[in-house]
Design a protein around this ligand. Structure first.
Ligand code: ATP
Length: 241
């Protein structure tokens, strides 16, 4: 299988300090879900921002075999690399529909209508609230809107930063159920950043463990089926938390 996205020796350094991300390499296949798991400050968001072109980084990024590290964020979106930031970052004063339109601003109007219908079908929770101001949605609905906005751009690869952040467990499960639906339906690969091992295992094919800006381990989902294997991973990579 050829890789959709190959990340080689990615490093991110802010100012004069130690690198936040140090020589991280991994690949994402077509329709594959790859998760980056690690504690606060491990460098997960920095990797995502670097892949989206939002922070300066060194290393090689090949998307569909083409180098993309010199491209702007907007150009990467046009290629199909779309970032859904942590904290949702929707525009609260705009309606649900307007937020979705923003996500598809680079897309032709006819395609945009098609995509919006697809997104609203995928997230019935927000379909009934399209004319409502986004700030009035629940946390889970806002997260669905943020993901839906990302899907409006027609991504081949979705960079999904901590979709569980700040959500009650029930809502986390609902958001991940929807993500599983997207995964089953669409021709879409996902890089998922998470701190929630349980949810990550429901969705990801492979999990890379990050500590202090480096990948320190990797597991296939099948390797984590038993409680003992999960405990081993938690102890080895994630600490007691
Ligand atoms: P979190 O879950 O808390 O977002 P993370 O794993 O995503 O954690 P990053 O946010 O990528 O980690 O942070 C990695 C390191 O880089 C941390 O030491 C953080 O303090 C530092 N850092 C992140 N953003 C900046 C910035 N804009 N300027 C300076 N340092 C930064």
């Amino acid at each position: 299988m050829t890789d959709l996205f190959a990340i080689r020796d990615l490093s991110v350094t802010y100012g004069a300090g130690a690198p936040a991300v140090e020589r991280v390499s991994f690949t994402v296949g077509a329709r594959e879900v790859v998760a980056l798991l690690g504690a606060n400050g491990a460098g997960k968001s920095s990797i995502m921002k670097a892949l989206a072109g939002l922070v300066p980084a060194s290393g090689e990024l090949l998307f569909e075999g083409e180098p993309v590290s010199a491209l702007s964020t907007r150009q990467r979106v046009a290629r199909g690399i779309v970032y859904v930031p942590e904290g949702r970052a929707i525009v609260g004063s705009l309606t649900v529909r307007e937020n979705l339109i923003l996500g598809g601003y680079q897309v032709h109007a006819a395609r945009r209508r098609e995509r919006m219908a697809m997104v609203l079908e995928l997230f019935p929770e927000i379909a009934s609230k399209v004319e409502r101001a986004a700030w009035r949605l629940s946390g889970g609905e806002q997260q669905m809107l943020a993901i839906g906005r990302g899907l409006m751009a027609g991504p081949k690869l979705l960079l999904l930063d901590e979709p569980s952040l700040g959500l009650a467990p029930l809502l986390v499960r609902r958001v991940f159920d929807r993500l599983a639906g997207i995964r089953a339906d669409g021709d879409l690969a996902i890089i998922l950043v998470e701190q929630n091992l349980q949810m990550t295992m429901r969705l990801a094919d492979g999990i890379h463990f990050l500590r202090s800006g480096r990948i320190v381990g990797h597991r296939h989902r099948d390797d984590l089926r038993t409680g003992a294997a999960r405990q081993e991973v938690i102890d080895a990579y994630l600490g007691a938390a």
